[in-house]
Write a protein that binds this ligand. Sequence first.
Ligand code: COA
Ligand code: ARG
Length: 437
Amino acid sequence: MDADNGFVSDFREAAPYINYLRGKTLVVGVSGSLLEGAALNNLAADLNLLASLGVRIVLVHGSRSKINALAEAAGAECRYHNGRRITDETALNFVKQAAGMVRCDIEAALCSSIPAAAPRSKPLSTAAGNFVSARPLGIIDGIDMGYTGVVRKIDAEAVLNRLDSGALVIISPVGHSLSGKTFNLRMGDIAEAAAVALKAEKLVYLIGQKGIIDAEGRLKSTLSAAEAREMLDSGNAHPEQRRLLQYAVNAVEKGVERTHILNGLADGSLIRELFTRKGAGTSLARDPFVSIREARSRDIPAIMALVRPLEEQGILRSRSRDYLENHIHSFSVLEHDRNIYGCAALKTFADPEAAEIASLAVSPQSRDGGYGEMLLEHLLQKARNIGIKTLFALSTHTGDWFAERGFQTASPDDLPEERRREYHENGRNSLVFVYRL
Ligand code: COA
Ligand code: ARG
């Protein structure tokens, strides 16, 4: 590692995300259990940092644990149906108190966590208000849910006005009806509805787990809406995770670019999720994260970054920038979450039925995840589409990889004539493989 401990490369990695998020709206839904002690102070510091980078923040907080604590202190019983609190008059009082207390704690933490050297001497201003209208959940399975409610509408215009004035908007998990009643709402519902109504760039849920966990207990780093639906349909997910998945899918299908679900207890997880490529939790988008597409001229720097080190090691044949400019149409690139991690080219010859796989490369940190195979499949399909019958691959180091994928060894004499000449001139002495389509 360099003397700077990776700072320069980390900063370079973060810069595009910093630029991208400036002026964008981020709705952050935070589970109530994370809103005390060190977790709250760390979150407040990160929110101050994000605001200083020009991110427009709407914070929706939960308050379940505070309501429970208030009820317990008063010796009152908490009643639930289907995981939702049954909110009678007494419970509603705790709901109102808890909302005020948690909001107050958040405001205080935001004031105390301004970095000492920040150019802004004044605390970030916050705005709260009657942004959420609600209606009763009603009677479920014969049980009157009382003042438990659902979101009816978010007053997006009012929230946007506060954001425009530079405030961080705090939304508590209560809403009011047109008849003047207050309802106990879910943080998750409000955050989803607010992200959609505000056309937010991102919706983030900070929870007490790493993110969305699969049946084997592994964190899902990325999920498309279709994959999330499969998880929902499989019925394996824990109810809390199901709810989060549902909010996340709803939001991306209604126009929010990304929903992120991450551990609010891990210090800095929000910053890592937003400003690194790998993130820290689960990132969910409407479309698949991995795709292969035709390369464009603006991909040339990324292609060069992939192939240059391999050219220097003699693994790939050297291609000049001019060559890449002139042959960019023959290249395909593999993107994951808008970053390029692999490339490959289909080189054609005078013989319309022959082609060669060239410049196949996957970035070292992303190997062994099937990207090479995906690129190969893509080129095979591309070759079939244009009527290629014989596909060559020439390799100095990767012969086995091709052999294991159905390529047969061949002789340089089998190559199309112009390629054969070049083969003998360049002296790389590569092994020749062929795949008959
Ligand atoms: N020879 C034999 N097998 C190899 C190999 C090699 N040189 N390089 C990787 N593999 C194996 C891995 O061990 C792994 O095996 P496993 O599935 O049993 O664990 C498998 O191939 C990985 O396949 P996949 O994930 O589909 O490929 P990838 O995304 O790692 O990419 C390459 C494969 C070859 C594109 C990548 O290793 C690379 O960029 N290599 C350097 C450039 C190169 O050699 N290009 C081909 C020039 S013609
Ligand atoms: N920082 C990027 C973003 O905000 C990528 C995050 C990737 N996260 C993940 N869990 N894979 O979109």
